[in-house]
Design a protein around this ligand. Structure first.
Ligand code: FES
Ligand SMILES: [Fe+2]
Length: 415
């Protein structure tokens, strides 16, 4: 049986409310289908616009087989390109980030302007047309301080996401923030296990002693059900919205992204062991209220986020292999906050550094057990794992429609 049919059958026959069959978490061909049908088609969060604050600022990212470079042009626009030279294909930018007046391929020095145009190619034949060999563009959008790219030839409309997200993020002014610290960890587990673990706090009490000092494990916070009837959430939204901070729970009809604001425990204002602020200076000058809790945003398949009053923590998920996922965490502070004066780095990053490592171990143990021939899908807790059920349903629905589509177009081509 063709791998597409095999996956489609398993999706159509899956037991709702149960984890997926083993190959979804382990199989190289299934992983390839995830890349083709989700990662190469959907909008992906890659980084923040404040990371390329000036013209010529660039950073690179690897999505499956695609090396990509994101660069701010002289006109202030942020653009993304395939990081593959139009001469013989070398990577043009090999480093993770930098600033450059032009992008120069290290192999034979073909030179591209910041808008991707080829401006210099030494001693090519008469009649060589530089305008035919610019860097290939990748769709790129920015909103609320976030840069998204899409590898599809015809990207889905970005506007609905922007409409939902922009009002929630505007007051926090992330475009003017600064990344105080960044880490990337590799978790030896399929990207879906990373997400499943993220979408519930059923595991928090036993595994996250640091985070549990300030972050509520209530499913109304982590999950997608019941927030609207949780009196604490309602009171928090009313308070924050009165102060001009959009807060209530919103999710897109397909379930791919949601934003909501949640209170932290007791009088906590930040993710520190004491619950006290980690950064003396507020993240944004536009937020007057104290105790705004955390603004939560997820967007499948690449990002979940916490925006607090004093800093923000953002996460980027990228698949490395069927059983390997890179998770990049960034701590953002006000651009004028000074380390040593306004914050101590260890204090700022401690809770999520520990939490990430705890989650890495959880995901790796989960992956370990799933590799057993004895593994079979197990039931999620409806009370605590509603968010996981929602993620898996989103994944299954997306994959099913795309597998069905591609089967139709395949047969059309054959005919
Ligand atoms: S491959 Fe880039 S200049 Fe030759
Ligand atoms: Fe966790």
């Amino acid at each position: 049986m063709d791998v597409r049919e095999e996956m489609l059958n398993l999706i159509r026959n899956r037991r709702a409310g149960f984890s997926l069959e083993q190959p979804f978490y382990t199989d190289a061909d299934f992983f390839r289908l995830d890349l083709d049908l989700i990662w190469y088609r959907d909008w992906l969060f890659v980084g923040h616009d404040c990371e390329v604050a000036k013209p010529g600022g660039y950073f690179t990212v690897q999505v499956g087989d695609y090396p990509i470079v994101i660069v701010r042009g002289r006109d202030g626009e942020i653009r993304a390109f395939h990081n593959s030279c139009r001469h013989r294909g070398s990577r043009v930018c090999a480093g993770e980030r930098g600033t450059s007046a032009r992008l120069v391929c290290p192999y034979h020095q073909w030179t591209y302007d910041l808008d991707g145009a080829l401006v210099f190619a030494r001693q090519m034949a008469e009649g060589f047309r530089k305008e035919d060999f610019g860097l290939k563009p990748v769709a790129c959008e920015t909103t609320g301080g976030y840069i998204f790219i899409c590898l599809a030839e015809e990207p889905a409309d970005f506007a609905p996401f922007r409409t939902l997200m922009a009002p929630y993020f505007a007051p926090h002014n992330l475009s003017e923030a600064r990344v105080a610290h960044e880490t990337t960890i590799i978790e030896k587990g399929n990207w879906k296990l990373v997400w499943e673990n993220n979408r519930e706090c059923y595991h928090c009490a036993a595994n996250h002693p640091e985070l549990c000092k300030t972050f509520p494990e209530a499913p109304t916070v982590t999950g997608v059900n019941g927030a609207e009837s949780d009196p604490e959430m309602l009171a928090h939204w009313a308070k924050c919205e009165a102060a001009g901070l959009p807060s209530r729970f919103r999710i897109d009809p397909a379930g791919q992204y949601r934003a909501t604001r949640a209170p932290l425990l007791r009088d906590a204002v930040s993710y520190t062991i004491t619950g006290k602020r980690a950064v003396a200076r507020d993240l944004s000058d536009r937020v007057a209220l104290d105790r705004i809790g955390t603004l939560l945003l997820y967007h499948y398949p690449t990002t979940w986020n916490h925006v607090l009053g004093d800093h923000a923590v953002t996460f980027r998920v990228l698949p490395v292999g069927p059983q390997e996922t890179a998770v990049t965490t960034k701590w953002l502070v006000h651009k004028d906050a000074v380390e040593g004066r306004d914050y101590h780095l260890q204090n700022l990053i401690h809770v999520w550094t520990e939490t990430n490592d705890e989650d890495r171990r959880i995901v790796e143990e989960n992956a370990f057990g799933i590799r057993s021939p004895a593994y079979e899908p197990g039931p999620y807790s409806e009370m605590h794992e509603g968010g996981v059920i929602q993620f898996v349903d989103w994944y299954a629905a997306f994959m099913e429609s795309r597998l069905a589509d591609s089967a139709t177009s395949h047969w059309r081509n054959v005919a």
